[in-house]
Design a protein around this ligand. Structure first.
Ligand code: UD1
Length: 368
């Protein structure tokens, strides 16, 4: 089996899957890891391999940045010979990045079955590059591994019912593994000079926010206003950092470089509130019991909103400030387990094993 990864969220999920495969109880699946090189800065890539103990990639395609077409095309061009050489029986892709799209396309055209992990997510907003990527990956996948019943229902609504399995969210597995102990989290907070439940944690990286100067200015305005009463930590994706350039920010709005996964989880677990346009963070905040304000007009993770722990507010500074006040002054309800129990990786491995066994039988039947 080959796993194709390229961007930060894929490293997190792939690490959980590699660990499940390395577990002696699931035998017979060997993994080749292909890193497309979509993310390449040390703290967006290698730091995650180190932090998460992800095995060294067998291939690094080193594609780097570019327009969507160039980046996707470059990954396809370099991935094809790697897959021809490796000749895997299945290719696993994750989520919704350009690496996901390119991985699914190349594998499908080489007649290699595709397993899509985190299948069926939809924002119903095709202006997002990620929405296009996930629609195509789902359409091409033979095995669709869904985090929730909603994602399976989204696939059904598009006529995709074969090979669909609801396995829970592999991000949850990854979080449970990387979450530091309370004592270690205390050290992280000390390092970042914040006290428990006395700061906000914000991230912004989606193109719809970073590449629209009005939306980005609105977010900064809203965060500035929140920072007047609560320190705000703002670890920045390289693109956001470059768009913000020399924008001057008050001391209490603290721009940081991209953080490692364990530091991020320690800070999310102890924040008063999280503000984000990231999908992964919306769920991590929920699992960690920290309320979330989502800086988008819609979310794929609708269950977090239904439970009352996530509010989708867009980018209006007034709405942002209002949502933070409202969510930090009410008692939020209990948190039911909306995306499984943190054992998605083992379930995915079982699905792949069963699928292989069935496929083997079908092939034997076909030749007799
Ligand atoms: C990608 C994914 C998104 C995921 C996100 C997590 C797509 C379309 N989007 O977005 O689903 O949530 O990763 O981070 O694939 N850059 C660097 N150094 C790096 C990586 C990126 O400087 O290590 C800069 C480059 O200027 C690049 C820009 O960030 O042009 C955007 O990077 P890109 O690889 O296009 O994807 P992301 O926006 O990070």
């Amino acid at each position: 089996m080959a796993t194709v990864v390229g961007a930060r969220p894929e490293f997190v999920k792939a690490a959980a899957f590699s660990r499940a495969l390395a577990d002696g109880s699931i035998t017979g699946i060997t993994e080749t890891i292909v890193h497309t090189g979509q993310h390449y800065d040390h703290n967006m890539s290698q730091a995650f391999f180190d932090d998460l103990e992800l095995p060294r990639p067998d291939h690094n395609l080193e594609v780097g940045s570019g327009s969507h077409a160039r980046q996707t095309g470059e990954i396809m061009t370099r991935l094809e010979p790697a897959l021809v050489e490796t000749s895997p029986d299945v290719v696993a892709v994750y989520g919704d990045t350009n690496s996901t799209l390119a991985g699914a396309l190349v594998a499908a055209k080489l007649h290699i079955p595709v397993a899509h992990i985190e299948a069926g997510l939809r924002s119903f907003n095709r202006a997002m590059p990620e929405e296009i990527n996930r629609i195509i990956a789902d359409r091409l996948a033979d095995i669709l591994l869904c985090p929730s019943a909603t994602s399976a229902a989204n696939l059904e609504a598009e006529g995709i019912t074969e090979g669909v399995n609801v396995v829970g969210d592999i991000n949850h597995d990854a979080m449970l593994w990387a979450l530091p102990s309370e004592e270690a989290a205390g050290d992280v907070l000390e390092r970042f000079d914040v006290a428990p439940r006395a700061y906000a944690m914000a991230t912004v990286h989606r193109a719809e926010n970073t590449d629209d100067p009005v939306r980005l200015a609105d977010i900064v305005d809203g965060l500035n206003r929140i920072a007047q009463r609560l320190p705000v930590l703002l670890p920045l994706h390289p693109r956001t950092a470059s768009r913000l350039g020399e924008t001057s920010l008050p001391d209490n709005l603290r721009m940081l470089p991209p953080l490692g996964h364990s530091d991020t989880l320690a800070l999310l677990a102890n924040a008063t509130i999280g503000l984000t346009d990231s999908g992964g963070l919306q769920k991590e905040l929920y699992w960690l019991g920290t309320p979330c304000v989502t800086l988008r007009n819609e979310t794929e993770w609708v269950e977090t909103v239904a439970t009352g722990w996530n509010r989708v507010v867009g980018t209006s500074p007034d709405r942002l400030v209002e949502a933070v006040s409202a969510m930090t002054t009410v008692d939020l309800p209990d948190r039911p387990p909306i995306y499984g129990d943190g054992n998605a990786a083992a379930r995915i491995a079982e699905v792949l094993k069963d699928w292989r066994a069935t496929r083997g039988r079908v092939m034997i039947g076909a030749t007799t």
